[in-house]
Write a protein that binds this ligand. Structure first.
Ligand SMILES: [Zn+2]
Length: 244
């Protein structure tokens, strides 16, 4: 009798153990976020170059560049993942007018990687101009990607430097987080925002540029060209409400 009870107990125990094991193996083999995926789990917000030199009073100021910061801070509340990009140049950077005395600001020069616009010196490593604007909430950001720190190459995109080969590492971060959709805001629409958004779309992320949270430098046809490029590369351009 004792041995039958003991056998029964042992059978029950092993059944429970087996069921538990099955449950555990089921839990560990399923993708935990399959059903719970919501907008913030697969989305990332990239805040491009909201730095002092790109805002009024800075050396490469975008008109009303500081006016979008309030909106960017509101938008940040809707995201779980946030990346800040930060233009970060040595003082003798190849794009600077000070390094190219024969050229005027906004003229073009040829570089091994293509055409390069000449810019006034800006966002020099360690200076006030390179710091994020004081009104930008930088506490929610998970990552900061610095770009343009190699003397002989500029970097507009948050993903690749202007040779379109040298990676900043951002794509690796997004892939490891299983990001599907990228939302881009910041400065300036027709340069770093455009290049970041187009690289994002080319890398296969569904990409959105939030219209009321970006401003252009606006040189020649740069804004018109940017909007045409967005259409060509299937980058969505509109206000955030329209994307939800
Ligand atoms: Zn720059």
């Amino acid at each position: 009798m004792l041995s039958r009870r003991s056998l029964l107990f042992s059978t029950l125990a092993s059944t429970i153990f087996f069921k538990k094991k099955l449950l555990l193996s089921h839990e560990s083999s399923s993708k935990p976020y399959d059903k719970e995926f919501n907008r913030t789990d697969e989305d990332i917000l990239i805040i491009v170059d909201v730095q002092n030199d790109f805002c009024p009073g800075g050396s490469l100021a975008v008109k009303d560049g500081d006016k979008i910061i309030k909106e960017i801070n509101i938008i940040q509340e809707k995201f779980k993942y946030i990346v800040l990009t930060q233009d970060w140049h040595p003082e003798d950077h190849t794009s600077f007018s000070s390094t190219n005395p024969e050229k005027k600001v906004f003229e073009i020069k040829d570089m091994p990687y293509g055409k390069q616009v000449i810019w006034p010196p800006h966002c020099i490593i360690g200076t006030k101009g390179a710091e994020f604007h004081k009104d930008l909430n930088i506490e929610k950001a998970n990552f900061i990607i610095r770009k343009g720190f190699r003397k002989n190459i500029d970097s507009y995109s948050g993903f690749y430097e202007n040779d379109k080969v040298t990676s900043t590492g951002l794509d690796g971060i997004l892939k490891s987080l299983q990001i599907k959709r990228v939302f881009v805001v910041g400065l300036a629409l027709d340069f770093c925002v455009q290049y970041t958004a187009i690289d994002s779309a080319k890398l296969g992320y569904k990409t959105f540029v939030i219209k009321n949270a970006t401003k252009p430098v606006d040189i020649g046809s740069s804004v018109k060209d940017t909007l045409n490029n967005f259409k060509k590369h299937k980058v969505n351009f509109g206000n955030l409400d329209g994307f939800i």
